[in-house]
Design a binder for this molecule. Structure first.
Ligand code: CMC
Length: 431
């Protein structure tokens, strides 16, 4: 934390308080209110944390006004264009781009942890076949703490490292197993001669009765989706992971909490919700009806895949994915698909509509990722699991940073209480 010589002056009930301020390397200055309650006896009120920096971090920076996303200082478009997912994982986890040897060693470690404990197969089989894969994944990741006892001690740096590698390595296997289970096909074991994305595609789409060849363009598109979702600073699921781990919970329990939070339609569930919305719209001529609903204050309907809490300009991930979407659709020869026609027309209408322009509602990453994943053959229920797989490294990196932070404190927000004050219990007969 960099101290600045600026201070903020706050007057509470006629008393003046000087609050210290910090100047970050990027982003707005921060007012330190940690001693405010002790000094002035008041809380601050910020539901949704729209103005609250809850931690000190060096991992990811977003400038929502500029539409900029940096991981350890490197712009996301450069990483998506020139790097690949496992290199970005290394960067997020350790702070620097790896040398050739470091990358080779990291890839070797991840690759050699891809199998899951055989006993876990039984665990999967306890779920109903029609369960949502996110329900299965949340349960299975939580259960990892029952299988990997030697990486639960968060005070041991080596165990933290092992848990991190395990999570990144096993997540594709677990997500693919959840998929296979729900479609009633046999689980496919990972193959260590394949790269991360190709291995995942093979575990999802190969069946024992025929050979499966990974298409390099699809593998590249998959890797790009992973890369673009790798981290996104203090979003809802990451903050959930941080809050869960602030109590000292084990890493698998914390990641399971993050997965659960990601599932919601306002967060990682938006890619599924977006595709479902496109299906509901159905044909281009129905777009005006849905645009009108999105603008109607009395209608809870929102245009899924549009808007973002932080980006008030283009989502830079969406820009890269839009290009990927074009490549994948051309490769698969599905540009004439009705759903895609609706998506393209909707994008055009929304980008030119004064309501969306004024409120700065641009297509976000989920708008394009759903289109690509659909074209690749994933059912909508797999969209959020793929987001969870990709984001695991972000959760783990933020978790590791937090555990190593000497300022670590259990997260304990306060409240603005509007309930009843002290009143006496009355016996049931007299109520
Ligand atoms: N469609 C129609 N109106 C919208 C939308 C939308 N998608 N998003 C925001 N608005 C309106 C909203 O009604 C509000 O209007 P008013 O000022 O008249 O009350 C205004 O824009 C600001 O909305 P907000 O809810 O205060 O904004 P927020 O920053 O709290 O919400 C959001 C961000 C992502 C939850 C929201 O834009 C949304 O629900 N979008 C659809 C879901 C979605 O695509 N989520 C994926 C986000 S990107 C992936 C991720 O990071 O997880």
């Amino acid at each position: 934390m960099t101290n600045s010589n600026k201070t903020a002056t706050l007057i509470v009930n006629g008393e003046t308080y000087e609050l210290p301020m910090y100047t970050p390397t990027a982003g707005p200055d921060v007012i330190d209110i940690r001693k405010l309650y002790a000094q002035a006896g008041v809380f601050t009120y910020d539901p949704g944390f729209t103005s609250t920096a809850a931690c000190d971090s060096t991992i990811t920076f977003i400038d929502g006004e500029k539409g900029e996303l940096l991981h350890r200082g490197y712009p996301i478009d450069q990483l998506a264009g020139k790097s690949h997912y496992l290199e970005v994982c290394y960067l997020l986890l350790y702070g620097e781009l790896p040398t050739v040897d470091q990358l080779e060693d990291f890839e070797h470690r991840v690759t050699h942890h891809t199998m899951v404990h055989e006993q876990m197969m039984n665990f999967f089989r306890g779920f109903r076949r029609d369960a949502h894969p996110m329900a299965i994944i949340t349960g299975v990741i939580g259960a990892m703490s029952a299988f990997y006892h030697d990486s639960l001690d968060i005070t041991d740096e080596w165990q933290r490292e092992v848990a991190s590698i395990r999570m990144i390595a096993k997540m594709p296997t677990i997500v693919a197993m959840a998929f296979k289970y729900t479609v009633g096909q046999p689980f496919v074991y990972p193959r260590n001669d394949l790269d991360y994305a190709s291995n995942f595609l093979r575990m999802c789409f190969s069946v024992p009765c025929e050979e499966y060849e990974v298409n390099p363009i699809l593998s590249r598109a998959m890797d790009r989706i992973f890369t673009l979702h790798a981290d996104h600073e203090q979003n809802a699921s990451t903050s959930t992971v941080r809050l869960a781990s602030s109590s000292g919970a084990n890493p698998f329990a914390c990641i399971a909490a993050g997965v659960a939070c990601l599932w919601g339609p306002a967060h990682g569930g938006a890619n599924q919700a977006c595709l479902e919305m496109l299906r509901e719209i159905g044909t281009v001529d129905r777009i005006p009806e849905f645009i009108a609903r999105a603008k109607d204050r009395d209608d809870p309907f929102r245009l899924m895949g549009f808007g973002h809490r932080v980006y008030k300009n283009t989502d830079p991930r969406a820009t890269v994915l839009k290009q990927s979407a074009d490549e994948v659709l051309e490769l698969l020869g599905v540009e004439d698909n009705e759903l895609l026609k609706v998506a393209k027309a909707l994008e055009k209408v929304a980008l030119n509509d004064p309501y969306f322009i004024e409120k700065k509602l641009f297509p976000n990453v989920d708008f394009y990722s759903g289109i690509i994943l659909e074209a690749m053959g994933f059912p909508t229920s797999m969209f959020t699991p793929i987001f969870a797989l990709s984001r695991t490294v972000g959760w783990i990196s933020q978790w590791k940073e937090m555990i190593a932070d000497p300022q670590l404190k259990i997260g304990r927000p306060r409240q603005l209480y509007h309930g009843e004050t002290n009143r006496d219990y009355t016996d049931i007969e007299t109520r």
